[in-house]
Design a protein around this ligand. Structure first.
Ligand SMILES: [Ca+2]
Ligand SMILES: [Ca+2]
Length: 484
């Protein structure tokens, strides 16, 4: 596995980081490392928008021999070998969309152009286009700079708005030869089922990619590719609740062979020139805990391509554990890994006051100090599966916020090779863990507690694709884990 080499490299990087970091390191082996142990480019630079330099605006858009705007991009040299190239553009499917803090960087930090829409003639360098399938005619006034609606006492802010109703409006910027580069922009939707688009690698009106940010149906994000006028999804569509009036930072890092798409500080999508080496993690799934007692119920594994149910278990069959096996989670200890002490059992749910409910559940009631005990099921995920989703509900009965309530393991080959979405670790937070060759890599834990509660059923969903896993808790996205 390529991961072995990667892990070794990361281990060296982690070691160096640890040597330099000093202080404030816990001895707890389950404590996440502050360094980013994922092979993930650092997040968007939008958090530093307050220092965005205000560029002098101009209407004199002189170009050099490459057609690049010489005033701004004289030092920028596109990579002729780059696989992802093209202009940027902003778009909207209807009114009530706003953009701000538009920046193009030639590297991670080197700014080529910045526009906060506060200056004179802020749209001078943009050109109007119409996306394929749209009916926009480039109407003047549809794109305009306006005051953002802000709460009393907040600083006034000008934003780029789209007030037209015709579809496919694109406000384009840049050059067809551009690449690699990074596009940072903030996007917001103020009302309705409207969607906003951030286009990149635009060759012309029939060939481009775009991130679609939609407020419809509770909100979602997805990347699409349009090639020769034909559109297809280039990523999964993920539910993401959009709060009206909020400007979300978007960062699209266009590399030579890969595009990383960040939304609100999270890397949600990676587009690559080839995913051929990647396969969806197969293997067993299981449940674990640490210093807590839990109920698990209604486990469902769904094939994401077909919608078919691959596996389900509602634990109403008292013999449901007869097909289970047992393991010890990496770093854990369990005196009876054959479960002869009955740590994991099928039982009837009880309420907090001890009333029995007519519902069979999977129950860990073992000693609170016996951690790492994992019960495993073999869902027989078909080898040609292109992606699956694990859904279950869980209830923590005891334990403080420092306990790990609902870790779910999947892709389990052995105790030395599997994945874990650990909910409740790191003081009530969550993070993916990758165990490969017996070594564990923790993703950075969520910055805040996820809100686990005792005696409340809570829903966990894990999407498993060949290149990425997404973890959700109570319908809320928590984290992505990139596989390569
Ligand atoms: Ca502004
Ligand atoms: Ca049940």
């Amino acid at each position: 596995m390529k991961r072995h080499i990667l892990s070794a490299l990361l281990a060296v990087i982690m070691l160096l980081t640890l040597c330099l970091a000093v202080a404030c390191k816990s001895n707890d082996a389950d404590e996440p490392n502050d360094s980013n142990t994922n092979d993930v480019t650092q997040g968007p630079g939008d958090s530093v928008d307050s220092d965005t330099k205000k560029e002098e605006e101009t209407t004199d858009a002189e170009t050099d021999e490459n057609g690049l705007l010489s005033k701004y991009f004289s030092d920028y040299e596109p990579d002729p070998e780059a696989k992802f190239i093209g202009m940027t553009a902003l778009g909207a499917s209807g009114p009530a969309v706003m953009f701000d803090n538009y920046r193009v960087l030639s590297g991670k930090t080197e700014e080529m152009y910045a526009n906060d829409f506060e200056g004179e003639n802020p749209l001078a360098l943009f050109e109007k286009m119409t996306a394929v399938g749209g009916d926009w005619n480039g109407a003047d006034g549809d794109w305009a700079v306006a005051d953002q609606a802000v709460a009393e006492g907040e600083n006034p802010n000008k934003v780029l708005t789209y007030s037209g109703s015709a579809k496919g409006a694109m406000l384009a910027f840049g050059n067809k030869k551009w690449g690699p580069y990074r596009l940072n922009v903030k996007v917001g939707i103020n009302e309705g089922d409207i969607s906003a688009q951030i286009y990149f690698c635009v060759a012309d009106e029939k060939n481009y990619y775009y991130l679609d940010v939609s407020a419809a149906d509770g909100g979602s994000i997805c990347v699409y590719q349009v090639a020769a006028g034909k559109e297809k999804p280039a990523s999964q569509r993920l539910n993401y609740a959009i709060t009206y009036g909020t400007l979300y930072p978007v960062s699209i890092n266009i590399g030579r062979n890969e595009v990383d798409v960040y939304f609100d500080g999270e890397e949600f999508f990676r587009l690559r020139t080839s995913n051929e080496d990647l396969a969806v993690p197969l293997g067993k799934i299981g449940f674990s805990q640490w210093k807590t007692q839990v109920y698990i119920d209604d486990v469902v594994i769904t094939d994401l391509a077909t919608g078919n149910i691959i596996y389900q278990n509602d634990f109403e069959d008292p013999n449901a554990l007869s097909v289970a096996t047992y393991g010890i989670r990496n770093g854990g200890s369990w005196s009876n890994p054959d479960n002869s002490n009955g740590d994991w059992v099928i039982t009837k749910e009880k309420t907090q006051d001890g009333t029995e409910v007519d519902n069979g559940v999977l129950y860990f009631g073992g000693s609170l100090n016996d951690y790492g005990a994992t019960v495993l099921f073999d869902p027989q995920i078909p080898e040609d599966c292109e992606g699956y989703k694990i859904t279950y509900r869980a209830m923590r009965l005891t334990g403080a916020d420092s306990s790990e309530g609902y870790p779910v393991v999947y892709g389990w080959d052995s105790e030395a090779d599997y994945y874990c979405f650990n909910l409740g670790g790191w003081g009530g937070c969550a993070a993916f863990q990758t165990i490969t060759g017996g070594s564990k890599i923790n993703s950075p834990a969520t910055p805040e507690q996820i809100g686990m509660q005792n005696y409340v059923w809570q829903i966990v969903e894990v999407y498993v694709y060949p290149d990425v896993c997404y973890g959700f808790f109570e319908g809320r996205f928590l984290q992505a884990l990139w596989l390569d």
